[in-house]
Design a binder for this molecule. Structure first.
Ligand SMILES: Cc1ncc(COP(=O)(O)O)c(C=O)c1O
Length: 380
């Protein structure tokens, strides 16, 4: 560890529990038939967990495929020496992207015939001409990337006829798998299955098929096909309360920070910008070196707790860019340098990204992705 990291760790850091990650991969594997492989979704720096180390750990635990959103995310993994196949989930439209895909042995998603034509032409202009492993995306109801499922056979036929493209998989993405009402999900499964049947009936040998994100994977093995694409459950969070009993998960990420000052304030004292908190009694407060620039949403001001010495304490006043203030009146003789748990467990108490998401009316995915810029990561 260099000096800068060492210094930074005096302040605040993200802890990554790699044994929890391995546990989660094992749990996912236990739900799958031996013929179904995992494609670990490690986009957005592995949902804020650090893509390289997460990728290495899941591969060591038996994961065969990786998925990222952008070409740069794929290059980052390849540069780190990762050799597993990597699917780019986002659209590829430029010659420069195709060149990078060839150079770095990445697998593009193809969303339309027009895009397939661009990619094939770009491949033709390269010397030597590469054979690109491409993955066709069908829109079965998400109304995002992909060709409409009703055109599946034409899409397949036209792509397969283009030079330099080998179809490695056919996939789609679910819009509502984490919701209690299965109607839309059933519609999407039905459309995906009908597309597969139509392509098969047209005489084509089917490539790998995949549909399930975390929630889809947990709902039913009907959605597993040859590949599943979990993201959130790898990181130990469940996509919906009604799916909790389907899998035993351990959270991978914790966030911790140190106390840099402890002080007493009198009743009537205002705290932090805007004085949105005024002490109603004499209090002991702790200043903690982590703020919204590190990934704590500012909208949690006065609405979050932290854990100090295994006890829940309230955050007070506006969350600022680099620090927060805690009401630690109930904790005697608190020392500068003591560790505060912002997310994760300390003793028998824990705070999860789900709790923050509920408070803010958002989703755990967004909370996790917030912790990707400034905080150093420490693995254990
Ligand atoms: C195409 C695709 N597949 C799979 C996933 C993984 O989703 P989840 O984190 O819900 O498992 C994502 C995430 O957004 C995605 O975009």
């Amino acid at each position: 560890m260099d000096d800068r990291q060492d210094w930074e760790q005096q302040r605040a850091w993200v802890e990554i529990d790699l044994s929890a990650l391995t546990h989660n991969v094992r749990q996912i594997h236990s739900l799958l038939a031996p013929t179904t492989a995992i494609m670990a979704v490690v986009k957005a720096d592995a949902y804020g967990h650090g893509a390289i180390e997460i990728a290495r750990t899941v591969i060591a635990a038996g994961v065969k495929w990786l998925a990222v959103a952008t070409v740069n995310e794929g290059i980052e993994l390849r540069s780190a020496g990762i050799v597993a196949p990597i699917l780019i989930l986002g659209a590829i439209n430029t010659d420069a992207q195709v060149q990078a895909i060839v150079n770095w042995d990445l697998h593009p998603t193809i969303c339309s015939i027009a895009q397939a034509t661009v990619i094939s032409k770009a491949a033709a202009s390269l010397d030597p001409h590469p054979d690109l492993h491409v993955h066709l995306k069908l829109d079965t109801g998400m109304s995002r990337l992909g060709t409409d499922w009703q055109q599946a056979v034409d899409f397949y036929r036209e792509v397969i006829a283009l030079p330099y493209l080998q179809i490695a998989s056919l996939y789609s993405h679910l819009a509502t798998a984490d919701e209690l009402d299965p109607t839309v999900m059933e519609m999407q499964i039905d459309r995906f299955d009908r597309s597969i049947a139509a392509i098969g009936a047209a005489g084509y040998v089917l490539p790998l098929l995949h549909l399930a994100n975390s929630a889809g994977l947990l709902v039913s093995d009907r959605l597993h096909y040859q590949l599943v694409r979990p993201g959130l459950i790898l990181y130990g969070l469940c996509p919906a309360p009604h799916l909790h009993s389907a899998i035993d998960l351990q959270p991978v990420l914790s966030v911790r920070a140190r106390i840099t000052q402890v002080k007493d304030i009198c009743a009537g004292t205002g705290v932090s910008y805007g004085y949105r908190f005024i002490a109603e009694r004499d209090m002991q407060i702790a200043i903690v070196e982590i703020g919204y620039a590190d990934g704590i949403p500012r909208r949690l001001s006065d609405r979050m707790q932290a854990i100090v010495r295994g006890q829940l304490v309230s955050q007070i006043g506006a969350i600022t860019m680099d620090r927060i203030v805690l009401d630690v009146s109930q904790i005697p003789e608190l020392q500068v340098g003591e560790i505060v748990t912002i997310l994760g467990a300390d003793g028998n108490v824990s705070i999860s990204a789900d709790e923050w998401a509920t408070t803010l009316g958002t989703i755990a995915w967004e909370i996790l992705c917030g912790f990707k810029h400034r905080l150093p990561r420490v693995s254990k």
